[in-house]
Each structure stands twice: as structure tokens, then as C-alpha cells.
Write a protein of this length. Sequence first.
Length: 72
Amino acid sequence: MRRLELKFTNQDGKIVTYTLDKPVEPVSPAAINAAMDTIIGQNAFTSGGGDLVAKHSARIVENTVEDIDLEQ
């Protein structure tokens, strides 16, 4: 499954990550940038270290799961 991770810096200078499952494809860097600006501008989320104050990064993460047969 693919996930979009939005990483912000909070008032304490720590990185806070918000994850969205199944992002719209293809991913638009301009739309992500604008959404992150809106989140910060509207103070939409807070963290244990205070308000989000800056964009840090964004990335797509994809996990692959492979079951292992333990019966021999």
C-alpha cells in the first residue's frame, strides 16, 4: 500500500509526521506544497511540541509484505 507522509517542524523544532493512505495518483508536488501551506496557515493540527511552524518534507512510502511459511 502506498502512503503519503507529510513532515512538518513544530515549535520545539521536532519533526511531526502525518500519514495519508492511498494518495491521489499521480502525486502533484504543487498540490502537496499548497496543502501543507494551508495546514500551517490555518493551524489545522498541533503536536505535543506545539503548533506546526514549517514544512520539512513530503514523501511516498510503499510497503511490501511477504508471508513466511513456518510449517515445515
